[in-house]
Design a protein around this ligand. Sequence first.
Ligand code: GTP
Length: 369
Amino acid sequence: MPTSADRITTQEVAPEAIDVDIPKRGMPVTIITGFLGSGKTTLLNHILQNQQDLKVAVLVNEFGDINIDSQLLISVDENMMELSNGCICCTINDGLVDAVYKVLERGDRIDYMIVETTGVADPLPIALTFLGTELQHLTRLDSILTVVDSEAFTAEHFNSDAAYSQIMYGDIIILNKTDLVSETKLQDLETYINQTKTKARILRSQLGVVPLPLILDIEIDQSAIASTQQASHDRSHHDHAHHDHGDAHTHEHCHDPECNHEHHHHEHHHHSDHLENDGFISISFQSDRPFDLDKFQNFLDKKLPIDVFRAKGILNFANIDNRYVFQLSGKRYELKTDDRGKSINNQLVIIGRNLHREELLADLGNCLV
Ligand SMILES: Nc1nc2c(ncn2[C@@H]2O[C@H](COP(=O)(O)OP(=O)(O)OP(=O)(O)O)[C@@H](O)[C@H]2O)c(=O)[nH]1
């Protein structure tokens, strides 16, 4: 991989020639895709913690009104934020093209761009945004990385077209969560993927740990997209018919400036009915009141519908000083203390199929103190 120093040299040859509008041509871009809860953010954190001198801009997007991921990278409520390691993070609220421009127009040095898609996203329209819009002159799509939950993955792809596309268009398939499965299961998965797509490049990982030179700046010569060009053409036609700027994932957000206010005393139940992907819907819950820990655990054990596939949140519990990061993926869930102090709000996103929004929100409301 070229060092960041190489890139700085290139960019610093004639700084005065840098056009304010188009300051960084040929910025390498890696797209991280993978189904709900497969480990995309975990991989992203591994990259950000080990990228050494590379200054990375990450663009994150979430299936839900509340962007928990970007808050787990660092706590902020702006669209653009500086991470503790000097990297920057931009949410794709206003569209992918706009987010890329926002990053490119920044005056400071950025060597690399990583886009984390939502778990229910087909990566193709996102990739085509880099390959087929004006961004093709400013960026260079390096590769698409597909993270797979080795334990949860099945040949039915969760009955999701997006999950299938993620495998088909991934340049590198990362079989993650190897700690949760047997060697036989891993080999079966590899066999299945090799049968599904030709020349699949497959890596294995636990907690997203893979050698970075194998996944960043690899300049894949024969991309998975190119080898499925006809499918790309057909589907891009379809996708562009529905999404301006190739941005398939613009989200509705709560614009209520009071929402994060310390003395705001009403629960907010956010929702975005238009967010439907392969039947998945997301339900967001916020409250400035803390949960009762026992009631919340009882809710998880007894009331959480079986069709909930993924949930994550930043939670406060009564009489406990720390805030907690809650993660549920398939049948597993975990609550980890987060030593960044209490959050202002309880924030939880629940994703699944056939969910009864009002019932779920009422059950959650009953867990509050
Ligand atoms: N046991 C185990 N857990 C893992 C591994 N990688 C990630 N996880 C856990 O799986 C859960 C989901 O991981 P994330 O990285 O948030 O997954 P994601 O793909 O970003 O999730 P979405 O963006 O919501 O689709 C978290 O609780 C992680 O700690 C792994 O290799 N082994």
